[in-house]
Design a protein around this ligand. Structure first.
Ligand SMILES: [Zn+2]
Length: 207
């Protein structure tokens, strides 16, 4: 199904449920008479709708995708297979990248933790392999099988590249969108998402 149609259908369902909630106490039967509307259903449907809108805004934006795809150093992708405990894996990643950097690879990159074709986590580094040490979250490292690194041509693009990678792959462990982190200027997709999320919360407010 086309994304725009899915978005339209999802909103129709929300209107129907909301309308039913208003009319049911008056004894008026509307189309979606058995469909409930409560805080749990509302949160779930807004979450699903925002996910569709995020996909739509990212996939239907050739200008941004072109900027994204041309922002990487060649070769654009590097992978290693991760083995052992989370700490061992981080150490392995750190040594691998620092070795590459000692041979001339730039130290500014986006990294992606994968489990099969499922994206678990996206992050950025301006400090080479040292980013993988210390207090970095354990869960994605425990569950990932593979680390991908994409080197950025320009350090100034890292926030944009990290944000776009998150929009493209919806990583399981990046629960907080980059635009909600302090000190970041939101990318244009984040700006649109924030606006529409505010509108939805206002439009479908529950007492
Ligand atoms: Zn963004």
């Amino acid at each position: 199904m086309k994304l725009s149609k899915s978005i339209d259908d999802k909103m129709d369902e929300m209107w129907e449920r909301r309308q039913n909630q208003i009319l049911e106490p008056l004894g008026i039967k509307s189309d979606g008479a058995n469909k409930k509307w409560n805080i749990k259903i509302k949160s779930q449907l807004i979450y699903e709708l925002m996910d569709l809108i995020e996909k739509y805004l990212t996939e239907k934006n050739p200008r941004l995708l072109k900027r994204y795809n041309s922002a990487w150093e060649y070769p654009p992708k590097r992978f290693i297979i991760l083995r052992g405990s989370p700490d061992r894996r981080k150490q392995q990643a750190k040594e691998w990248m620092n070795e590459a950097i000692s041979q001339g690879v730039k130290k500014d990159f986006i990294y992606i933790l994968w489990k099969g074709d499922k994206c678990l986590y996206v992050g950025q580094s301006t400090t080479g392999g040292n980013r993988f040490g210390g207090h970095h979250k354990s869960d994605p490292w425990m569950n990932a099988h593979r680390l991908e690194v994409r080197i950025a041509k320009n350090k100034k693009q890292l926030d944009f590249l990290e944000c776009m990678t998150i929009h493209l792959y919806s990583p399981f462990y990046n629960s907080v969108l980059v635009h909600k982190q302090s000190g970041r200027s939101p990318c244009e997709i984040c700006k649109k998402l924030r606006k529409v999320e505010d509108e939805l919360k206002f439009t479908f407010a529950l007492k």
